[in-house]
Design a protein around this ligand. Structure first.
Ligand code: NAP
Length: 482
């Protein structure tokens, strides 16, 4: 199989916050890999901008160090480091004052795509947006990329959107949810809408329930202050898990086009039922396994923030009324595993007798690790001993199915190239973000009003015991986290 790499148009991409963690770990390595692959054209240019006083050479040295730390680079990628670094420039710029803006303006070329990546704290977004305007850097086709958190509730998300709207048209704004850039997540749309097989079954008549799991083994990883203020609901459910739920539940868009897809996702969010208090379990990891507990890690002994959440939600529309969606995510769990499992209903009648062993068909879409899909089906157990049934997995690892020839790219690689291509399909629109908060806010307000504390759980476990009950009382079980 030959990969088809179509270079994007020449561009000037400004990375504000180019010396920061996200730029060094994700943005610049992703651009380098796209450069090595021939997708970033030689005329593409990246201008790093931050307050640190660095020469272009010093910035390139910093980026070289970051690239050399990247795991599993191919020989071609290593060879591309030198030529890639030549595509980098640096401007010392303080978002908060006039320093550097004129210099940045002088660096920007005519006749190429202009994109500005705000890889800085959200508090700096207004200053950057105003700076672009004031210094003549906001052309009608200029694109701006922003990172979550998109507010911490509906009101702040509305304020952020209103601020952005004062400077940019919605078609200029690229809100990154990196989950949408994952290959498997996009595959979800291919599986649903490029095959006739699943669509007739994709509704409450045939789907018993859906489980969405994002389990992490890590703790808060030095982001204690942010995470203690956010918690799993704001950090994961409101955005990443909501997006996964939307892609599973949405109606077929009339075409694979940014507004058509986002319109359908928005309808799902608006149709989500309010979550009942008895349908939420929050957890917080204790100390154990040589690690500190959550509260110590975030430096707040009285913290009531959840590092784990499990909840059940229904969707009030014709397709999904009667099929619950169970979502769970947490830190310091047994394994790092993200998956969506669609469990189908039992057949209406067993011709093999009431005693025949029975397992429901399950379609599992694995996001990580080992991206792929599994369909569990019933077959006859081989052998002459009669008609004995057995459930087996039709298993497909994407890496294996694609012959190992096409390495699965990091989500950021895809998303940054989409920014340059001007394709917003995999980015969140402002109204989607606000609708997601409109659903999230009352859930959080509910547990705050009730003064509930999260249930403690052991690191390395699968979450608090009560989360098991959430499923058991409905006669269902969580899938194993392994
Ligand atoms: P970070 O490591 O703290 O980096 C912040 C960057 O902003 C640095 O390059 C800093 O450089 C620059 N900066 C600070 N004040 C500035 C100013 N006044 N003018 C210009 N530049 C300034 O933060 P980060 O982790 O990279 O996160 C960046 C953004 O991505 C944040 O919005 C964060 O919420 C979001 N995000 C990050 C991650 C992640 O994995 N890191 C994940 C999701 C979302 P100087 O000090 O040299 O100015």
């Amino acid at each position: 199989m030959v990969a088809r790499v179509i270079p994007v148009e020449p561009f000037d991409l400004v990375v504000f916050g180019a010396t920061g963690d996200l730029a060094r770990r994700k943005i610049l390595p992703s651009l380098w890999r796209r450069f090595a692959d021939g997708q970033m054209p030689p005329e593409g240019r990246i201008i790093g901008a931050a307050r640190s006083r660095l020469s272009t050479e010093a910035f390139r040295a910093l980026v070289a160090e970051a690239l050399n730390e990247q795991p599993a680079a191919t020989t071609a990628e290593r060879a591309a480091i030198g030529p890639f670094l030549e595509r980098l420039d640096y401007v010392t710029l303080d978002a908060g004052d006039a320093t550097g803006w004129q210099m940045l303006g002088e660096q920007m070329r005519e006749g190429v795509v202009h994109a500005h990546y705000f890889s800085v704290a959200p508090a700096l977004f207004p200053a950057l947006a105003a700076g672009l305007d004031q210094h003549g850097l906001n052309r009608p086709d200029t694109r701006v990329v922003i990172e979550k958190p998109f507010g911490h509730n509906q009101a702040s998300a509305q304020a952020l959107n209103a601020m952005l709207a004062r400077h940019f048209d919605e078609s200029q704004i690229y809100r990154i949810d990196h989950y949408l850039g994952k290959e498997t997540v996009q595959n979800l749309m291919a599986v649903r809408f490029a095959n006739i097989l699943f669509e007739p079954l994709w509704n409450a008549r045939f789907v018993d329930h859906v489980q969405i799991t994002v389990a992490e083994t890590v703790g808060v990883n030095g982001r204690g202050e942010y995470y203690d203020a956010a918690g799993a609901m704001r950090d994961m459910v409101q955005n990443h898990m909501m997006q996964l739920l939307c892609l599973i539940a949405m109606e077929p868009p009339y075409r694979f086009d940014s507004d058509a897809v986002r319109d359908e996702k928005l309808k799902v969010i608006r149709a989500l039922d309010p979550v009942q208090p008895e349908d939420i379990v929050r957890g917080q990891y204790r100390a154990g396994g040589g690690g500190a507990g959550f509260a110590d890690e975030v430096g707040n002994p009285g913290s009531t923030t959840e590092s784990y959440i499990a909840l059940k939600v229904g969707i009030s529309n014709w397709r999904w009324r009667g099929t619950p969606f169970y979502l769970r995510t947490g830190k310091r769990l047994r394994a790092r595993a993200s998956e969506i499992a669609v469990t189908f209903r039992d057949p209406p009648h067993s011709i093999f007798g009431e005693d025949a062993p029975w397992r429901a068909n399950v379609l599992v879409i694995r996001l990580q690790p080992d991206e792929g899909m599994t369909l569990r089906v019933m077959i006859k157990e081989p052998g002459p001993g009669g008609m004995r049934l057995k459930d087996v997995a039709l298993d497909m690892s994407f890496a294996e199915a694609l012959g190992g020839e096409l390495p699965i790219p990091d989500a950021y690689e895809r998303l940054i190239m989409d920014v340059i291509r001007g394709n917003q399909t995999l980015f969140m629109r402002g109204d989607e973000v606000e609708a997601a908060w409109a659903w999230t806010d009352p859930v959080i307000a509910g547990w705050e009003a009730r003064g509930e504390r999260p249930h403690p759980y052991d690191p390395g476990a699968t979450g608090p015991e009560d989360a098991l009950m959430l499923m058991h009382r409905d006669g269902r079980r969580w899938r194993e986290i392994r």
